[in-house]
Design a protein around this ligand. Structure first.
Ligand code: ADP
Ligand code: ASP
Ligand code: MG
Length: 407
């Protein structure tokens, strides 16, 4: 007998037939004699609908009430799945975030899980009952409902798996594993049998939304064996997250990620003096802006220089406002911005041992006439900022040049 955590995303529970299909997959595990905890997302599109209702009512909403509203999608699906399991003769009960409890930080709308005491879940499992858990939600200080950020049900599932010490955490979604790049961008993307935690972490944080970044961090920390599988073709193989040592062939580039919705801000002719970066990024941090890539030029006269950085497009207006309010303290001459940027990243643990990987990226993009405005690198990734209209072209060209295309 094993303890299994299963997670089903929005498309997997999009209507009653799909919920019945999920119930059958859960029943299969129960019939094998396993104890099962299932985490579900809201029905596809439901969370977007709820977010829109809130924004239509008041874009300056209180994040605590935002969480109360958006958490409701998962309440519906966990109840429905418990009913569907009951109809198949499987004992099941629903758990909302507060009933486990899934304790989180107070950062509403993007709360972090602080701990899941396993007692309630284990008591349920040991009584032979399937625990059907509402993903994405938890409980913060003052018993307020919290949510974990978009895509957060992945994180709920891995945290539950860690808490109950599950033997396996299966993430069921609408693709049959983690691909070399988003299969929606190119039909030449290939499923990977295995991916190292470190690579998956980069892929997720650089835009591959197949797993929420935080879920990979928790899996890595608590050594949770995670598989990504298709709900609609569960025997198709899937992808296993594993340690770097378990990957034999370390290609220089194993995956390509992209993120649209990036914005770029340039401050022109800022004074070249100590403290200038702090004067710029202090007010941005205070305004809660997530600054990502940063480049500052060396000034030619030692007096003035230019600085460019990126942030999510949704935060552009707030970032500009914060900078304009701090204009005097910073002392820039001009500020420019571009809301239509995208970030393309190549990722691979083999990059450490292969020189010339970045150069190949730059050359490929230049041959396609794509201008790079910002570059950033780390040990196992290179990211470039380009105009959003070239995302598909860039991803496909890089996918082929790094020999990732299906044979
Ligand atoms: P769920 O609702 O099940 O959580 P998501 O839509 O959040 O599903 O994530 C699955 C989607 O992630 C896929 O449909 C796919 O388009 C996208 N995706 C992006 N990059 C990748 C990748 N490298 N491998 C697989 N899927 C990816
Ligand atoms: N329903 C939430 C969202 O759409 C959480 C999730 O699906 O993982 O972001
Ligand atoms: Mg998701």
């Amino acid at each position: 007998m094993a303890k299994i955590a299963m997670k089903f995303g929005g498309t997997s529970v999009a209507d009653l037939d799909r919920i019945r299909n999920v119930a059958k997959l859960v029943k299969k595990e129960v019939d094998r004699g396993n104890q099962v905890a299932v985490v579900v997302s809201a029905m596809a599109g439901e969370t977007n609908k709820l977010v829109k209702l809130i924004n239509d009512l008041d874009p300056q909403y209180d994040p605590k009430e935002y969480d109360t509203v958006v958490a409701s999608g998962e309440q519906v699906t966990c109840g429905l799945l418990a009913i569907a399991l009951g109809a198949l003769g499987v004992k099941a009960r629903s758990f909302l975030g507060w009933q486990m409890p899934m304790k989180t930080s107070n950062m509403h709308a993007s709360a972090r899980i602080e701990g899941v005491p396993p007692e309630n879940l284990n008591a349920c499992l040991e009584s032979g009952t399937v625990a059907v858990i509402a993903g994405f939600q938890g409980v913060a200080e003052g018993e307020r409902i919290s949510t974990l950020g978009r895509g957060g049900s992945d994180t709920s599932a891995v945290a539950v798996a860690a808490a109950i010490k599950a033997d396996l955490c299966d993430i069921y979604t609408d693709v049959d594993g983690v691909y070399t790049t988003d299969p929606r961008i190119t039909s030449k993307a290939r499923r990977m049998e295995k991916i190292a935690f470190e690579e998956m972490l980069e892929m997720a944080s650089l835009g591959a939304k197949v797993l929420q970044t935080r879920s990979v961090e928790i899996a890595m920390q608590h050594r949770v064996p995670v598989r990504v599988l298709s709900t609609f073709d569960p025997d198709a193989g899937g992808t296993l997250l594993c340690d770097e040592e378990d990957i034999v062939e370390k290609k220089p580039v194993t995956g390509i990620a992209y993120s649209r919705d990036e914005a770029k801000i340039s401050l022109m002719k800022i004074p070249d003096r100590p403290g200038i970066a702090a004067a710029i990024f202090g007010p941005l941090a205070d305004a809660g802006i997530n600054v990502d890539m940063i480049v500052q030029n060396v000034s030619d006269d030692g007096k003035r220089t230019d600085l460019t950085f990126t942030c999510p497009r949704t935060e552009l207006a707030r970032a500009l406002k914060a900078l304009e309010e701090a204009a005097e303290a910073i002392g820039y001459r001009e500020i420019t911005s571009d809301a239509n940027m995208a970030k393309i990243s190549i990722i691979g643990i083999g990059m450490r041992a292969h020189p010339g990987v970045a150069q190949k990226m730059f050359k490929t993009l230049s041959e396609k006439g794509i201008n790079i405005s910002v570059i950033s690198t780390s040990e196992i990734k290179v990211s470039v900022l380009i105009p959003e209209e070239y995302v598909e072209l860039a991803v496909r060209a890089l996918h082929s040049v790094y020999e990732l295309d299906v044979a």
